[in-house]
Design a protein around this ligand. Structure first.
Ligand SMILES: [Zn+2]
Length: 891
C-alpha cells in the first residue's frame, strides 16, 4: 500500500518507537496507522506556513499540475521568512537571467552557527593545515552538509515538485526524524541546477494546456547545453556549472544527492551502489559511503512497499565528465537517484495491455519488481521523498564518520600517498605551441583547487630537460587524483559480462584528458625529480604587449597555431579591418611563420583592435616593415555565418556557445530564410551541427504539433533542400560536423564512403581521442601540428573516391588510440577524417570526427574556423600582399 508522504503530519516521537516504524518515514507511517491521535500541535511559526497544497492549489504530484519554478522560489522564500529552520540565498543570475538560489535547512542553532560549521568543513578539507588528530576533533564538533540538487535535467519534473513537500516537512514537523536531521546535518537545497529549463519546460507545458499542440518542449531546455547540462564538469563552461563548483568549494558537502528521472520502460528507481568499471582515481571511502546510503534508501523504499528498486548499475565512475565530475574527488559522496518518468511530464503512464511496468524478473540487484500497470507523477514524488529522507537520515546518523572518512581522509590520502598509478608529477613546458590553451587548462585546474607549481630554473625530469617557467603539478597533493584524472590519458579496459555480451562501456565518455583536448603538451613523469619550484598564486592570461608600429606600408603578424586566434579574427571582422593570410611558410626577423599566419596592414585602427584582442587571449602580435611576398587569402570583411543547429539538438547548442564565446558573427538558419531567392543572399558560410540530418531539414517540426513560435524549425521541403545545395554550387561554404557529414554527403553527392563496419562489436569506441595526421599546408588545417588526437564519438570515417578531393586530416596507419578505448583499429587506420571538396563555385568540408564536441576538443576548433573564414575569402597574389605598402601606406 502506498503511503501518502505528500502530507506530513507532526507526530510524537514515542508513537514512532512503539509502532516500530522506520524513523525517516515516521510522519507517514503514523499517519496511516493512527491518523490523528498521535499528532502534536505545530509550533507557532509552523502555523503560518501553508502546505504546498494550500500554497499552490494542488498537492505535489497531482495529475497534469506542475508548480512553476518562480512560484517554488517564492514558496521557499516564504518558508524562510516564517521559519527559523530555513534560510534562502540568491546565488546569481543564470544564462538567461533567471534566479539560481539555494535554501539552507537545519536547526535554528546550526543556522545561527553556520559560519563555524562551514569553517569546520573547510579545515577538514585542508589536510595541509589539519592534522589527523585535529580532524577527529573537528569531525566530532561539526555536522555533515547534504547538498540536495532537485533537478538538473529540466524535463525530469517530479523531483522539483517533491522538494516543496520536503522543505515544508523539515520546516514544520516536530518528530524524532526532523529533529535528528535538523540537529545533525545542514541541508543545502538547490531547487534547480537549471532554472532556465524549469521556465522553458513548465511555461510550454502550461501554454499548451487545452490545445492540440504537443505538451513537451521541443528545444534545448538550456540555452546552450540542454540535456548536456550535467556534462560540463571539466571545463565548467556554463555559469550554472560554475555556481555548483562554488557551492561545493564553499560548503564542502559530505553527501551530494543528485535527483534525476530516467525513461519509463525500466526499473522504477535506481539507487547506488553504482556498477561498471571504476577509475582507479575514484576514492574508495567515497564509493563505500555512497553504497551504504543507497542500501539504506533501498531498505526504506522497501519498508514503504515501493518496489522496482534497482541497484548496482549506472557506470558513472570512469571519466566523470558526466554526471558527477569534481564532487567525488573532494570526498563528497555522490548519491544519484533515477526515478522512472511518466507521460508528458505529468500524466500517468499505463501499459497498453494491463501488464505490469518495467522488468518483472527478480534479481539480486533488483529484488522486488514493480507489479502495477500504472505509474504517476504522484508515484515519482513519493519515491523521491522517501529516497531523500533516507539519504538525509543516513547522513545525520553517520555525520562524524562521513566528515572524517570523506571530507578529511580522501584529500589526506591523496596528499600523503599520491595517486594509484604512482605518477610523480605532470610537467607543462613553458614553451607551448598554444599559450592560450595552456592558460585555459591551468585555469580549470585552479578553479578546482589543484596546486600548481612553477619552476624558477631549468630542470631535468623523465630524462628530458625543461626550461625555467615550466609548470609542475605534483600528484601528492589534496587534489592529486582529480589532477591525475584530467591531466592523464585513459586506457579503458575491455570488459564483458559474458563472452557473448557486448563490451561494457562507460556511462559517458572513455576519456577525460584536458591536455589532449585543448592542445597542450604535457609530460607524465613517473619518478621523483629535483626542481626549484614556487607555488603559483594565481593563473593569468600570458602578458603580451603590442610591438612598435612598423614603417608605413608595414603590417602586423599573428601566428595561426592557437585556437585563441578565433577571438582575434572575430575582433578584426567586427571592426571591418582588412585581414590577410599567407598560404606559405615565410621568415620575418629571423622567425619562421607557418602557412596560415595572419597579416594585418598596420593602420591605427588595426593596432587598437589587435592590441585589445591579443591581450584578451595572451597571443603575441609582431610587426614587420616588409610584409611577406607570398600568395594567400584576404578574408571577407563581415563574413556572414549561418548555423543549422537543429531544434533540440545538443551539438547545435554547444556550437552556439562556441560561436557566442568567440565572437563569431552568426545567425541560426531559420526555415523562413529559405523564402529568400537564394541562401547566398544571407550567408557566406553555413555550418551544420552534428546530429542534423536531411529529415530535420526537409520535414522539420510539424506545424500541427508546435505553434508559430517554433516556425524557424519547421521543415523546408524538397525545395528548401535544393536551395541548400544551390547555396554551395553558387559559391557558398558548407561545413558539416560529425554525424552531419552524412547529411552533406547526401545533399551534394560527395565522393566519400563511410567505412564504419555494420557489426557493432567489430568496431567500438565510446568518446575517445584518436590520433590524426594533418596537412598543415591546406587552408582548412593551417596552424595545426603535423599530428594531434581528435575527438571521436562513433561518427564517420571515410574512404575518398575522388582524387580531386583534399584530405585534410586522416587517421594514421597504426597506433590510432591516444586516450580512451578503441576496438577494431584496423577499420579506421588510414581512413580520412576531414575532407574538403570543391562543389560548383563553392566549398564543402566534412569533419567525420566531432571537432566541436561539447566544446572540449578545442585544439581542433581551428579546423572549423579556418574553413568558416577561408571559404568565402578571396585569393590574392604575392604582389597584392606586397601592395599593402601602397594600399595602406599610412599608419
Ligand atoms: Zn537526468
Amino acid at each position: 500500500m502506498r503511503v501518502p508522504l505528500r502530507q506530513s503530519v507532526p507526530v510524537l516521537a514515542t508513537a514512532l518507537v512503539s509502532t516500530g516504524a522506520v524513523g525517516l518515514l515516521s510522519g507517514a507511517a503514523v499517519d496511516t496507522a493512527a491518523p490523528s491521535a498521535a499528532a502534536t500541535l505545530p509550533s507557532a511559526a509552523a502555523a503560518d506556513i501553508p502546505t504546498p497544497e494550500e500554497y499552490f492549489g494542488f498537492p505535489m504530484g497531482a495529475e497534469g499540475k506542475l508548480a512553476a519554478y518562480p512560484d517554488v522560489l517564492d514558496y521557499m522564500q516564504l518558508i524562510a521568512d516564517e521559519s527559523d529552520r530555513v534560510d534562502y540565498e540568491d546565488i546569481g543570475p543564470t544564462t538567461m537571467g533567471n534566479d539560481y538560489a539555494t535554501v539552507l535547512i537545519s536547526s535554528p542553532d546550526n543556522l545561527e552557527n553556520i559560519d563555524r560549521l562551514v569553517e569546520i568543513n573547510q579545515q577538514l578539507s585542508d589536510p595541509r593545515n589539519t592534522s589527523p588528530e585535529a580532524a577527529r576533533e573537528l569531525a566530532a564538533e561539526g555536522v555533515p552538509f547534504y547538498h540536495l540538487e532537485a533537478t538538473i535535467h529540466s524535463s525530469e519534473v517530479g523531483n522539483g515538485q517533491a522538494i516543496n513537500d520536503i522543505v515544508h516537512r523539515l520546516a514544520t514537523e516536530d518528530s524524532d526524524f526532523t529533529e535528528k536531521v535538523l540537529t545533525n546535518s545542514v541541508i543545502v537545497l538547490v531547487p534547480s541546477q537549471n532554472p532556465d529549463g524549469q521556465h522553458l519546460i513548465v511555461d510550454h507545458f502550461n501554454e499548451t494546456a487545452g490545445t492540440d499542440y504537443e505538451r513537451t518542449y521541443p528545444d534545448l531546455y538550456h540555452k546552450y547545453t540542454g540535456h548536456d547540462d550535467n556534462r560540463d564538469w571539466t571545463m565548467f563552461t556554463q555559469v550554472e556549472a560554475q555556481y555548483r563548483l562554488e557551492l561545493e568549494k564553499k560548503y564542502r558537502p559530505a553527501v551530494v544527492h543528485i535527483m534525476h528521472q530516467q525513461g519509463n520502460t525500466g526499473e522504477r528507481i535506481f539507487v547506488p551502489p553504482y556498477g561498471g568499471i571504476n577509475s582507479e582515481n575514484v576514492p574508495v571511502n567515497m564509493t563505500n559511503a555512497v553504497s551504504a546510503i543507497g542500501q539504506h534508501a533501498a531498505r526504506a523504499l522497501g519498508a514503504e512497499g515501493m518496489t522496482g528498486v534497482l541497484r548496482d548499475d549506472y557506470h558513472i565512475f570512469w571519466t566523470l565528465e558526466q554526471p558527477v565530475g569534481f564532487f567525488p574527488f573532494t570526498g563528497s559522496g555522490v548519491y544519484l537517484t533515477e526515478i522512472a518518468s511518466v507521460t508528458d511530464y505529468a500524466y500517468p503512464q499505463k501499459s497498453d495491455d494491463g501488464s505490469p511496468l518495467g522488468p518483472q524478473q527478480s534479481r539480486t540487484n533488483f529484488i522486488e519488481p514493480y507489479r502495477s500497470d500504472t505509474w504517476t507523477l504522484a508515484d515519482i514524488v513519493d519515491y523521491a521523498e522517501v529516497a531523500t529522507y533516507a539519504g538525509m537520515e543516513y547522513t545525520a546518523d553517520n555525520g562524524e564518520k562521513l566528515l572524517y572518512d570523506n571530507l578529511y581522509a580522501v584529500p589526506h590520502e591523496y596528499m600523503t600517498q599520491g595517486v594509484p598509478s604512482g605518477t610523480y608529477a605532470f610537467v607543462v613546458d613553458a614553451d607551448q605551441r598554444d599559450p592560450f590553451a595552456t592558460y585555459e587548462m591551468l585555469e580549470r585546474l585552479e578553479w578546482t583547487q589543484v596546486e600548481i607549481h612553477r619552476a624558477t630554473s631549468g630542470f631535468t625530469a623523465g630524462g628530458e630537460s625543461h626550461p625555467a617557467g615550466s609548470y609542475v603539478i605534483l600528484m601528492k597533493q589534496p587534489r592529486g587524483n582529480w589532477a591525475h584524472q584530467v591531466l592523464g590519458s585513459d586506457d579503458y579496459p575491455e570488459v564483458r559480462d559474458c563472452s557473448e555480451c557486448p563490451v561494457l562501456l562507460p556511462y559517458a565518455e572513455a576519456t577525460t584528458s584536458l591536455p589532449l583536448e585543448l592542445g597542450v603538451d604535457v609530460d607524465e613523469i613517473a619518478d621523483p625529480f629535483e626542481a626549484d619550484l614556487e607555488l603559483v598564486e594565481s593563473v593569468e592570461v600570458p602578458e603580451v604587449t603590442m610591438p612598435e608600429a612598423p614603417a608605413p606600408g608595414g603590417a602586423y603578424l599573428v601566428r595561426p597555431e592557437s585556437y585563441g586566434t578565433i577571438q582575434i579574427v572575430s575582433a578584426l571582422q567586427a571592426d571591418n579591418i582588412p585581414t590577410f593570410r599567407v598560404a606559405e611558410e615565410f621568415t620575418d626577423g629571423g622567425v619562421v611563420y607557418p602557412a596560415g599566419s595572419y597579416v594585418v596592414p598596420a593602420t591605427p585602427q588595426a593596432r587598437n583592435t589587435l592590441g585589445q584582442a591579443s591581450t584578451d587571449v595572451g597571443i603575441p602580435v609582431a610587426a614587420t616593415d616588409t610584409p611577406p611576398a607570398a600568395p594567400g587569402l584576404q578574408l571577407k570583411p563581415g563574413t556572414r555565418v549561418g548555423l543549422l543547429r537543429g531544434i533540440g539538438n545538443m551539438p547545435g547548442g554547444w556550437d552556439m556557445w562556441l560561436f557566442d564565446q568567440y565572437g563569431i558573427n552568426y545567425k541560426v538558419v531559420r526555415a523562413q530564410d529559405y523564402e529568400h531567392r537564394s541562401l547566398n543572399e544571407l550567408y557566406d558560410t553555413i555550418v551544420i551541427s552534428s546530429g542534423v540530418d536531411k529529415e530535420d531539414i526537409v520535414e522539420g517540426l510539424d506545424p500541427d504539433e508546435y505553434s508559430e513560435k517554433y516556425a524557424w524549425a519547421y521543415g523546408v521541403g524538397q525545395q528548401g533542400w535544393a536551395k541548400l545545395r544551390q547555396f554551395v554550387r553558387r559559391g557558398g561554404t558548407l561545413l558539416a560536423v560529425g554525424e552531419s557529414s552524412e547529411t552533406a554527403q547526401e545533399l551534394l553527392d560527395l565522393p566519400i564512403t563511410d567505412v564504419m563496419p555494420d557489426d557493432e562489436d567489430e568496431f567500438v569506441s565510446a568518446g575517445s581521442l584518436l590520433r590524426n595526421e594533418f596537412d598543415p599546408t591546406h587552408p582548412v588545417s593551417w596552424g595545426q601540428p603535423a599530428e594531434w588526437p581528435v575527438w571521436f564519438y562513433d561518427t564517420g570515417f571515410f574512404e575518398v573516391t575522388d582524387p580531386a578531393a583534399d584530405v585534410v586530416a586522416s587517421y594514421p596507419e597504426e597506433n590510432v588510440l591516444a586516450s580512451g578505448y578503441l576496438r577494431g583499429e584496423e577499420h579506421i587506420a588510414g581512413t580520412a577524417n576531414v575532407v574538403s571538396f570543391d562543389v560548383g563555385r563553392g566549398t564543402a568540408v566534412v569533419y567525420g570526427s566531432e571537432v566541436t564536441f561539447r566544446t572540449l576538443p578545442r585544439e581542433q576548433f581551428t579546423l572549423l574556423y579556418n574553413a568558416i573564414y577561408n571559404g568565402p575569402a578571396q585569393e590574392v597574389e604575392a604582389t597584392e600582399l606586397r601592395q599593402l605598402r601602397s594600399q595602406f601606406g599610412r599608419n
